[in-house]
Design a protein around this ligand. Structure first.
Ligand code: NAP
Length: 494
């Protein structure tokens, strides 16, 4: 890569001894270094309370990278850019010391005063850190300063507003990069390309030709050691408010006039503004919640959610949510967007299925029920790719039809090694491209929609557990589509 394009940057990671830094951030920064996206003009300062030295920190960075990636001879050279500074985010004196360390490193690594402050910490610290960075002059360096914030961004609209106000006292909206790591995934970014670069789809991408769109994100894992966080959050806050609604916005948005951050965001915001708000009395007609009981996954016995930890015995938290979302605009009037996501489901998979309307007359199947609609499936994970289901002639005599699938799988393409979501997002932040980060207006509109569902659910005790571990969620999630004459794809026969 041309050296001139390599960003010069000092990355300050708050929570550098934590899980996210270890599993995602260090390997991603290494990949950027390995493939030349960043050169030698960078340094990383890790902050957390424990009293590590630079050497201990570098060993940890080294281990986390060697554990997840194949490495080159340059690993030691890479980790020599890492510095550790014991730090309590609530303590003013810590910020004063940090200022002089950052100034020194900027001199050594010639990073032009460009700083990324990455908050890989519990969200209750976000406001404090942002304000102290401002008060102690750490964001006022000679270059640019950007603040990267992890999810969750608030617990509901009111708390998200409060958090946003705190952060905005110190940083402008343009300096704030709110992570939704789904937006860094290759196939999520591919939604725009598939839609806007292909006449055969975009011309049909509306309520005249599409009957419904389904977005499923299933996990086979349970809450693992995150039960305290998860029980306070649940599937709707953890997945639907952010990742699922972001995918819906990308699927439903109008073509932007260009690919700039502002234009893409503005189209997504219009979709979120057009979400049909659900009246209190109608929540159960549009949304279904579930919690897993015991069951089996891959032949192995799995405990129910309430058995996973002592304080979950009478939990009312949903580990599954499915919903029907209507977008009240000209393009989508009458087309349901169904979403579903949950834990301890059949397997790990994220996919989008676009179901096209049937042709008016059945010529090639014995009965109307046997007819198969055209489907466009976008596989986000684990197998990245696209499948287009068409009808073709059954070979042999007669003129009966059968469904056939045209498959494209990213992994089968020689040489493709798709970058990790965090790698692309970090690089986006370094070059000032906020397209794949969420704007405050998107966060606020998503919370407004989700609050209308959760406000009702919080007041009503659910009948849990209502689905078996290893299934695809409660019966009501299937009935949600059946009453509209649809069913979830793929079916068990697929
Ligand atoms: P974690 O493993 O619990 O790490 C928390 C970090 O904060 C540790 O480095 C801890 O180190 C540090 N810390 C705690 N109190 C501190 C204080 N007063 N001053 C300075 N440092 C302090 O959490 P995580 O899983 O990495 O998650 C971090 C953030 O990312 C959260 O917002 C989470 O929701 C989000 N997130 C995580 C994941 C993931 O896969 N882990 C995925 C999506 C989003 P010390 O104890 O040494 O101080």
């Amino acid at each position: 890569m041309d050296k001139k394009q390599q960003p010069k940057v000092l990355i300050v990671i708050f929570g550098a001894t934590g899980d996210l830094a270890k599993r995602k951030l260090f390997p991603s920064i290494y990949r950027l270094y390995q493939n030349g996206a960043i050169g030698e003009d960078f340094a990383v300062v890790g902050l957390a309370r424990r009293s590590w030295t630079n050497d201990v920190f570098r060993d940890n960075v080294n281990n986390s990278i060697s554990h997840s990636l194949s490495t080159d001879d340059n690993l030691d050279a890479f980790t020599s850019h890492f510095y550790y500074h014991p730090f309590d985010v609530t303590d003013d004196a810590s910020y004063q010391d940090l200022g002089s360390l950052l100034n020194d490193l900027e001199g050594v690594y010639e990073t032009d005063g460009n700083r990324i402050f990455y908050l890989a910490m519990a969200p209750n610290f976000f406001g404090t850190i942002a304000n102290k960075l401002n008060t102690f002059g750490l964001k006022g360096s000679t270059g640019w300063s950007r603040l990267v914030i992890e999810k969750p961004f608030g617990h509901d609209l009111a708390s998200a507003k409060e958090l946003n106000n705190q952060i905005r006292e110190a940083f402008d909206e343009k300096q704030i990069y709110r992570i939704d790591h789904y937006l860094g995934k290759e196939m999520v970014q591919n939604i725009e390309v598939i839609r806007f670069a292909n006449g055969i789809f975009e011309h049909l991408w509306n309520n005249r030709f599409i009957s419904n769109i389904q977005v499923t994100s299933s996990e086979a894992i349970g809450v693992e050691d995150r039960s305290r966080y998860y029980d306070h959050s649940g599937a709707t806050r953890d997945m639907a408010q952010n990742h699922m609604l972001q995918m819906v916005a990308l699927l439903a948005m109008e073509p932007p006039i260009n690919l700039s951050t502002e234009e893409i965001r503005s189209e997504k915001i219009k979709v979120l503004r057009a979400l049909r708000q659900i009246d209190d009395t109608m929540v159960d007609d549009y949304f279904v919640r579930g919690q897993y009981g015991h069951g089996k996954i891959n032949g192995k016995y799995i405990k129910g959610y309430r058995e996973e930890a002592e304080d979950l015995v009478d939990s009312n938290t949903e580990t599954f949510v499915a919903g029907k979302i209507m977008i009240d605009n000209y393009r989508w009037a009458g087309v349901p967007f169904y979403i579903r996501t949950g834990k301890r489901l059949e397997g790990k998979s994220t996919k989008i299925v676009v179901e096209f309307k049937d042709i008016p007359m059945n010529l090639f199947y014995e009965t109307n029920e046997e007819r198969q609609p055209n489907l466009l499936t976008i596989n986000i994970q684990p197998n990245e790719g696209i499948t287009l289901r068409l009808n073709a002639k059954k070979s042999g005599v007669g003129s009966m039809a059968k469904p056939i699938d045209l498959d494209y799988n990213n992994e089968n393409v020689h040489g493709i090694n798709t970058p990790e979501a965090y790698e692309k997002l970090l690089y986006g932040c370094m070059i000032g491209d906020a397209t794949n980060f969420t704007h405050w207006d998107e966060v606020a509109l998503s919370w407004k929609f989700i609050d209308s569902i959760l406000n009702v659910w919080t007041d009503q005790k659910a009948t849990f557990p209502n689905y078996e571990a290893g299934s695809m969620g409660p019966k009501a999630a299937h009935e949600l589509l059946e009453k509209d004459g649809f069913h979830w794809w793929p079916t068990t026969e697929d």
